[in-house]
Write a protein that binds this ligand. Structure first.
Ligand code: SF4
Length: 263
């Protein structure tokens, strides 16, 4: 289960919410920008069920520019060091935008690797009509070209991605998938969001209603839905990649091999 934001750490009962999920043996990824993590870390206890997923979009200058606030990178990195030092599981979560320098992103991955995190997550930005800075979101061909440069020779780099290797292949254009929007259902106080957290096409009042009352054929690149045409984001396509990972013995072996320590 992923607890996304906004910023979940500002919720006054976030520690109780997390411990309730852990008590039910749910694996929790708590997404955070890292700003409040050091301040509130004593509210949490290390657990194999809990991972802090810290948002970092690049090295210091790039990250601070993208979040429009100086000093956030240093604060987040300090929080990562504190959390890993105390035995918490930590991953990073990175959105790659149009025009970013692949060489710098590769240096960023090296930097994150040296922080000793448990894994890195990456996803291209998503182009949607209420995105505040439309020109910086990626189109599909440019996404593939950029990720081919970013991920070149990744096997020898020791980067530990928290993804199916098939999703990384997909980002590089080595495989093509349709979306599996029900693979990452999104629930908020408004209900179950249709069809994914990126699109706002109504809410279902129950998971059953979401699954049975949504015309899933209307979504994904092959549907012709204009808002899905160029989408390659993690929430829709990692589930497709995971499905592919179990589609043959060969794919399953490759998936399992990717779980071995990188290096
Ligand atoms: S392709 Fe899938 S994840 Fe992307 S916007 Fe459409 S439904 Fe959502």
């Amino acid at each position: 289960m992923t607890i996304a934001g906004g910023e979940p750490l500002i919720h006054p009962e976030i520690a109780e919410i997390v411990s309730g999920m852990i008590a039910r043996k749910k694996f929790v990824y708590l997404c955070t920008n890292g700003i409040l993590l050091e301040k509130y870390i004593d509210r949490f206890s290390p657990s194999p069920y809990l991972t802090f997923s810290v948002h970092l979009d690049g090295l210091r200058e790039t990250h601070d520019r993208l979040v429009c606030r100086e000093g956030v990178f240093e604060t987040a990195v300090r929080a990562i060091r504190t959390a890993t030092g105390r035995g918490f599981r930590v991953t990073t979560n990175t959105t790659v935008f149009e025009g970013e320098d692949p060489v710098e992103i590769r240096k960023f991955f090296d930097y994150v690797k040296d922080l000793g995190v448990n894994g890195m997550m990456i996803s291209p930005g998503y182009s949607y009509d209420w995105a505040p800075d439309q020109e910086h979101f990626l189109k599909k061909d440019r996404t593939r070209n950029l990720f081919r440069m970013i991920l070149a020779d990744r096997a020898g780099k020791g980067w530990n991605f928290n993804h199916s290797p098939f999703y990384l292949d997909f980002l590089e254009g080595e495989r093509d998938y349709d979306c599996t929007p029900w693979g990452s259902p999104n629930y908020s106080v408004l209900g179950w969001q249709r069809p994914c957290y990126l699109l706002n096409e109504g809410y279902a009042s129950s998971f059953k209603e979401l699954m049975e009352g949504t015309d899933w054929s209307q979504y994904g690149p092959s549907s012709g839905h204009p808002k899905c045409r160029d989408c390659m984001v993690h929430c829709g396509f990692e589930p497709s990649a995971v499905g592919d990972a179990t589609s043959s013995i060969r794919n399953t072996i490759r998936s399992l091999s990717s779980l071995l320590p990188a290096g």
